[in-house]
Design a protein around this ligand. Structure first.
Ligand code: KQY
Length: 373
């Protein structure tokens, strides 16, 4: 049984560690809904298998699956004999409304003794009835609690709507986010910017919030930070970039660059900003849009819609980076740049288009659990 705590992580000496701290495992959820994933979610399921296997090269993975799909997912995720060096992929039964573990899973926090607890944020499917992406979302709102029970980790239930993809931290007191998401009236409209910062400080143990104005153009999460920028170590930020002044993304990335150039982190360090190229703009094809089953409970997928493709949406895991590839000439450039900036890690690319069609990418479908001592 996981204990429900009435205090806050900061008051108890806990903080959110950086993603590069050693992980116990990574969590995922199996994609199933046919009104978000095309062709009965089959191509997306293959993409999730590829991601799970890539991560399992570096650390164990747990995948939550509905009862209806349990046998199928377990078979598909089973490692072949050739994968004897891989870590275990555990498959468990877990109800959900979709497959975005970054946003529905717990945010893990750690203390100086290496004890791990989890935050169970309130979840409203990226905006509730005011621009949210599907209805209902009741099962997704229970995912974090169930994960923490399975892991026997104490739980903080935050009275605050937040998705894990809306925040990145350096583990040394600094948090990165976007105004477009966290100040959106469809999240916590009763809170001012200062009150939101106070919540982030209480729950994540951070001392300074860096507010990028915007994220990636047409990002349906209201422009989560995990698609546009991340820390690669304290004092160093990777920022999604285009040199094409005609692209609406140019203004968004430029504003982020200008803002970050004038900021220091929580420890007073100026930031080094690395520009990570974006792939060329990508659009939903007619064939792809036609293969999504429309429903009243989910937003439609329309041919010609621009997708929020970005290489920033990668997961740092134990000794590795698992990042998307888009069949674009920039795939190699982005992978080589990330490899040279984090030479201690092996970069593995996995096809990202099918996950992107569902509205996110590798970071959005994963949630790391730090190793407890
Ligand atoms: O990118 C994410 N963090 C989630 C995207 C949700 C898309 C739902 N269709």
């Amino acid at each position: 049984m996981s204990k429900l705590l009435q205090s806050t992580p900061r008051a108890d000496g806990f903080h959110m560690p950086a993603e590069w701290l050693t992980h116990q495992q990574t969590w995922m959820v199996w994609p199933e809904r046919c009104d978000n994933w095309r062709l009965g979610a089959k191509p997306a399921q293959q993409a999730f298998v590829d991601v799970a296997r890539a991560i399992a090269r570096f650390e164990p993975v747990t995948v939550g699956v509905s009862a209806a799909q349990y046998e199928h997912a377990a078979t598909r995720l089973a490692q072949s004999r050739d994968d004897s060096k891989s870590h275990d992929i555990r498959v468990i039964e877990l109800s959900s409304n979709d497959a975005w573990m970054r946003d529905t899973g717990p945010t893990f926090v750690i203390n100086d003794l290496g004890e791990v607890r989890g935050i169970d944020w309130m979840f409203n499917a990226w905006g509730g009835l005011n621009g949210g992406l599907y209805f209902p979302w009741d099962q997704d709102d229970l995912v974090a609690r169930k994960v923490l029970q399975i892991e026997r980790k104490a739980r903080y239930r935050a009275d605050f709507i937040l998705e894990g993809g809306a925040i990145h931290v350096d583990g040394e007191g600094t948090l990165l986010t976007t105004e477009a998401c966290l100040l959106n009236p469809n999240r916590n409209p009763h809170l001012s910017r200062q009150e939101i910062e106070a919540h982030l400080s209480d729950y994540l143990g951070i001392d300074k919030v860096l507010w990028l104005p915007r994220g990636i153009h047409e990002d349906e999460t209201d422009e989560h930070i995990d698609n546009v920028a991340c820390f690669i170590r304290p004092g160093e930020v990777l920022l999604a970039w285009t040199d094409d002044r005609e692209d609406p993304q140019y203004g968004l990335s430029s504003a982020a660059f200008d803002y970050l150039s004038q900021q220091t982190d929580a420890r007073g360090r100026p930031l080094t900003i690395h520009k990570l190229p974006l792939p060329a703009p990508m659009y939903i094809t007619e064939e792809e849009a036609d293969a999504v089953d429309p429903s009243e409970g989910a937003q439609p997928r329309l041919a010609g819609q621009r997708m929020a493709a970005s290489y920033i949406n990668f997961l740092i895991c134990n000794g590795g980076i698992v990042m998307p590839a888009f069949d674009d000439p920039m795939d190699n450039v982005a992978a080589e740049m990330i490899a040279s900036l984090m030479p201690e890690r092996e970069v593995v690319q996995v096809p990202g288009r099918e996950i992107l069609l569902g509205g996110g990418n590798i970071h959005c479908i994963t949630q790391q659990q730090p190793l407890s001592r």
